[in-house]
Design a protein around this ligand. Structure first.
Ligand SMILES: [Zn+2]
Length: 352
């Protein structure tokens, strides 16, 4: 029998999607808590230059005072220095504005200081938009930590569609990864008696399927809303599962390993996940051609060369992926891998 422990589902309370909804930031916050006097906004400097004016206008029009905090990286140092600034201000909300890192920093600080967090993504590059998970640099093992889900999400599709196309394609790569993540979760249920939630698994799978089915159209940006909704749904699937299981399996372990092995210049998160999904679907015995085709349709990388990493780095990452997080049971636990077989896997799907 599968174990069925209690777990907490923490979900975003309000999600606003549409063109120009950034201008509703102030009223959105007022609706969440009418007694709000001060909000801390966390973003990188590029994002501040891009949307700072709009955010400030929206906050001013609802008579909300704000303190803007700039963060260059989602490193431990960044979090610590931004966190002391936020603690001093004691805001009612923390608003994380950005493509990924600033949202992660804001989410982590919100968790540490127990101040509710609002996620304002400026690109559709990964599913952290609505999930309770944070990926932070500067720790010895690169994978995600659990924080709180955002209380609100404002996804301005106009703003997001103006971000570089590469970020959107990377978001699709992160979504395609749900195919192998869910397969790994099923394995953990069958082999390890781990809790498995069908609803969360189906929700995550659906967000990958919608990308696969629409991939020939997605390149033309017409469907930015589909991508944003799929990313939000995948994050919500994690909220429902109470863990990152439906969204992160062996393909994510590979991505984290590659980041660890290559250090810098190894593509974006979703690009690595997409390439990881090609190889993990091969190991799972799934149709890897459909994964490659989908990634090619959306102009996402499918080879090591396209993300500037070497054959050896791919092989090394395959070899250490599972050891980064031994307790997360995946298909990599089921196979014996050495340099030769790792090379064979990567070659068989033309990653190297
Ligand atoms: Zn991811």
């Amino acid at each position: 029998m599968t174990s069925d422990p209690n777990h907490l589902m923490e979900l975003p309370r309000k999600i606003l999607i549409g063109n120009d909804v950034i201008y509703q930031l102030g009223s959105f916050i007022r609706d969440l808590n009418d007694k709000t006097s001060l909000v801390a906004v966390i973003s990188g400097n590029t994002v501040k230059a891009r949307v700072g004016k709009e955010c400030v206008e929206a906050l001013d029009s609802s008579s909300l005072k704000h303190k803007w905090i700039e963060t260059p990286n989602a490193s431990m140092n960044d979090i610590n220095s931004s966190q002391s600034l936020v603690r001093k201000e004691q805001p009612n909300f923390i608003v994380g504005v950005g493509g990924g890192r600033s949202v992660d920093v804001a989410k982590m600080i919100s968790f540490n200081l127990n101040i509710p967090f609002i996620s304002v993504p400026t690109s559709a590059s990964h599913d952290g938009i609505s999930s309770p998970f944070v990926s932070i640099r500067g720790r010895d093992k690169p994978y995600s930590l659990k924080a709180h889900a955002p209380i609100g999400v404002i996804a301005d599709t106009k703003l997001i569609s103006e971000a570089p196309y590469r970020l959107q394609a990377s978001g699709c790569g992160d979504l395609i990864g749900k195919i192998t993540a869910v397969k790994d979760w099923e394995l953990a249920r069958d082999d390890n008696n781990e809790y498995f939630g069908s609803y969360a698994a189906n929700l995550a799978n659906m967000s990958a399927k919608i990308i696969i089915e629409n991939s020939s159209k997605l390149f033309y940006r017409a469907n930015i809303r589909t991508i944003v909704e799929a990313l939000i749904s995948a994050g919500v699937a994690s909220c429902i599962a109470g863990s990152s299981r439906p969204c992160s399996g062996s393909e994510h372990l590979f991505s984290h390993a590659l980041e660890y092995v290559a250090k810098t210049n190894c593509g974006l998160h979703g690009e690595r996940v997409g390439i990881g999904t090609i190889m993990m679907s091969k190991i799972h015995g799934l149709d890897h051609d459909v994964i490659i085709k989908t990634l090619q349709n959306i102009k996402a990388p499918t080879t090591a060369k396209e993300i500037d990493v070497t054959e050896d780095q791919i092989i090394q990452s395959l070899l250490i992926a599972q050891s980064l997080r031994p307790e997360r049971y995946t298909i990599l636990n089921k196979i014996k891998m050495d340099k030769g077989s790792a090379r064979e896997i990567a070659k068989s799907v033309s990653v190297i």
